[in-house]
Ligand binder design. Structure first.
Ligand SMILES: C[S@@+](CC[C@H](N)C(=O)[O-])C[C@H]1O[C@@H](n2cnc3c(N)ncnc32)[C@H](O)[C@@H]1O
Length: 219
């Protein structure tokens, strides 16, 4: 753990992520697809409304979002889990999604893309799963061009009440869950980004939040 990249109390490493999603892949859509559908649709609608065609979807998973992009957006999806990616590939074939350019096994914290390769990067329910959310943010800032946008939709730790206590308790099960229930927004965004991001609660019951971070244009 390093101070420049604060992690939730029970951060997962890449092998734990792969192991968790190898187990989840078969049932992911039926267990998690429903509750997260609204947040995913909101994030994709926000992407569709932004300028630029080159979209990087990090932690694309089983590809639940892929059918919802407008056809002018060209999507590259990456994920650590080959088992999840295989589901996404089947979806692309069955639904004939011609605007999905690539689905690649790759670590979102250290990609092989050139700087400025994308207009938009979007991470749906991923920021609380990656080993180091700040490294993820740094890498997305590198691969998105100046003037582009980075979007996150995620569950963030409650700031008080019963939900805070429950989420702190659930954090002990992070490794088997494959995500961190105790993931605070500050673990992802430093104060300077928090102050200029657009933060929108999304249903159900504000459980998820959409964060849109605009990047500075060319200097
Ligand atoms: C909760 S699932 C979300 C999947 C999809 N975005 C959705 O909306 O259903 C999290 C995904 O992030 C992937 N993941 C976790 N850490 C990653 C990393 N460092 N690089 C790429 N993918 C990662 C996992 O393998 C998993 O498929």
């Amino acid at each position: 753990m390093d101070d420049a990249h604060p992690r939730p109390r029970s951060a997962l490493d890449a092998d734990a992520v792969r192991a968790a999603y190898r187990r989840w892949a078969r049932v992911y859509d039926s267990v998690f697809g429903g509750i997260s559908a609204f947040g995913r649709r909101r994030a994709v609608a926000a992407v569709n409304a932004l300028p630029g065609q080159r979209v990087l979807e990090v932690g694309v998973g089983t590809g639940l979002a892929l059918p919802h992009y407008t056809k002018d957006k060209h999507i590259t999806g990456i994920d650590l889990s080959e088992a999840m990616l295989e589901r996404a590939r089947q979806r692309v074939i069955h639904q004939q999604l011609g605007n999905v350019d690539d689905l690649l096994e790759m670590d979102a914290e250290a990609t092989s893309f050139d700087s400025g390769s994308f207009d938009i990067a979007v991470a749906m329910f991923v920021a609380s799963v990656v080993p180091s959310p700040r490294r993820l943010l740094g890498e997305l800032k590198r691969v998105v061009k100046p003037g582009g946008h980075i979007l996150f939709v995620n569950h963030f730790l409650a700031t008080g009440g019963v939900r805070l206590a429950v989420e702190r308790g659930m954090a002990r099960a992070s490794r088997s869950l494959g995500w961190h229930p105790d993931f605070a927004m500050e673990s992802l965004l430093p104060p300077e980004d928090l102050s200029r991001a657009t933060i929108t609660p999304v249903p159900p019951a504000g459980l998820f939040t959409l964060v849109t971070l605009p990047l500075d244009g060319d200097k």
